[in-house]
Ligand binder design. Structure first.
Ligand SMILES: Cc1cc2nc3c(=O)[nH]c(=O)nc-3n(C[C@H](O)[C@H](O)[C@H](O)COP(=O)(O)O)c2cc1C
Length: 356
């Protein structure tokens, strides 16, 4: 049945993409999203890193860059929240237009370039949210260096310093194709140095509840090079990996007029590549490190495929643009049904099950 939310989603898609996004975020921040919190299908809860996840589904980084709609996202029924990408100082990002809908391909291309309000303002939003909400869902911050920074590792240190006391997890994003400093840590030496500095800083801060560290990787990397990075990530004591960010690849199947725009491609055409990558990362890490599967999820079946390939948690962004906010509830319910149909009594049993 067509709901008000479906009509709203169609209306938002009539606006230019960035305006549509701002309107969606505004609606969510003002409590106008559908309520999916009561949807709590059995079998989806788990504990990871000592934190309770009521379900494994969340909205991916980049949706709520400035942490203005945390309660709204929670109202949709997500199991956890990731805000950002945040840079130490505010930045405007790349010139517009910089976000493109590829409607026929159920995809998007963005080259936003980390437009955000900066660490200070965003830390205040999170602190305010923490002070006013009794919700205990895990909350993470996606971190990136300013594009004009001459010492991007130091940017990440500043961000850990600011957000470690406020966040349950911090994502070290080394995979943004749209910013000057977005990919500098995809080389072994700089990555090893960065992770060493950040884990040392986390230790020095001696917090009662230190945040978990995740590294978010890019799909545009050969397996051999990836394996070297995975070794460094594991040796540094990183707690989990997010697989993956947008791709600069342009599959030949794309038909939308804007398919040749520069930037990172997300949505359906990213599903196969990101799931293959997830599978590979799960195998190489021996299933010892929790993974977040991201890329092209638009249904419960897609989320289930990521979980069977090795994801403990899943995130999505682009499909929300086309399917609307009720998608979160739909995915949870369909996922629970798929687990039950395959005889899994808990999510944990299904994680990585295709490898067994
Ligand atoms: C408009 C837009 C902005 C994004 N911004 C960020 C970001 O700031 N940091 C990040 O790690 N990923 C960012 N991403 C990538 C998403 O988190 C996700 O990895 C990617 O879109 C693949 O998921 P999807 O196919 O479900 O969209 C962004 C994606 C989009 C579409």
């Amino acid at each position: 049945m067509t709901s008000l939310y479906d009509i709203g989603t169609r209306a938002l898609n009539l606006l230019p993409p960035e305006r549509g996004h701002q309107a969606a975020l505004w609606s969510l921040a003002h409590g106008l999203g559908p309520s999916g919190r009561a949807d709590r299908p059995a079998g989806l809860a788990q504990t990871l890193w000592g934190q309770s996840f009521e379900n494994p589904v969340a909205i991916a980084a980049g949706f709520d860059k400035n942490a203005v709609a945390i309660s709204g996202a929670i109202g949709l029924g997500v199991g956890f929240v990731e805000v950002g990408g945040v840079t130490p100082y505010p930045q405007v990002g790349n010139p517009r237009p910089r976000l493109f809908r590829l409607t026929a391909d159920r995809a998007a291309i963005n080259r936003l370039g980390f437009n955000n309000d900066g660490a200070e303002a965003i830390a205040k939003c999170i602190a305010d949210y923490r002070a006013s909400s009794g919700d205990t869902r895990p909350l993470g911050v996606n971190m990136a260096a300013n594009s004009d920074s001459t010492d991007p590792a130091n940017d990440f240190e500043q961000l850990v310093d600011t957000f470690a006391p406020l966040a349950d997890f911090l994502t070290i994003d080394i995979s943004c194709p749209n910013s000057e400093n977005g990919l500098v840590f995809l080389s072994p030496g700089p990555l090893e140095d960065l992770l060493g500095r950040l884990t040392a800083l986390r230790e020095r801060k001696a917090l009662a509840k230190p945040p978990v560290f995740l590294v978010k990787i890019a799909p545009d990397i050969e397996d051999d090079a990836l394996d070297i990075l995975l070794e460094i990530i594991a040796a540094a004591g990183i707690d989990g990996i997010t697989v993956c960010n947008t791709t600069t690849a342009r599959p030949e199947t794309l038909t939308s007029p804007d398919r040749h725009e520069r930037g990172g491609l997300s949505g359906k055409p990213l599903f196969a590549r990101s799931t293959d990558m997830l599978r590979h990362v799960y195998q190489v890490t021996g299933g010892k490190m929790p993974l977040i599967g991201v890329g092209g999820i638009s249904s419960g079946a897609d989320a289930y495929a990521k979980i069977r390939a090795g994801a403990s948690l899943v995130q999505l962004y682009t499909a929300l643009v086309y399917e609307g906010p009720r998608l979160i509830s739909r995915i949870k319910n369909d996922l629970a049904a798929l687990l039950a149909a395959d005889g899994f009594t808990s999510l944990g049993d299904a994680i990585g099950s295709e490898h067994r």
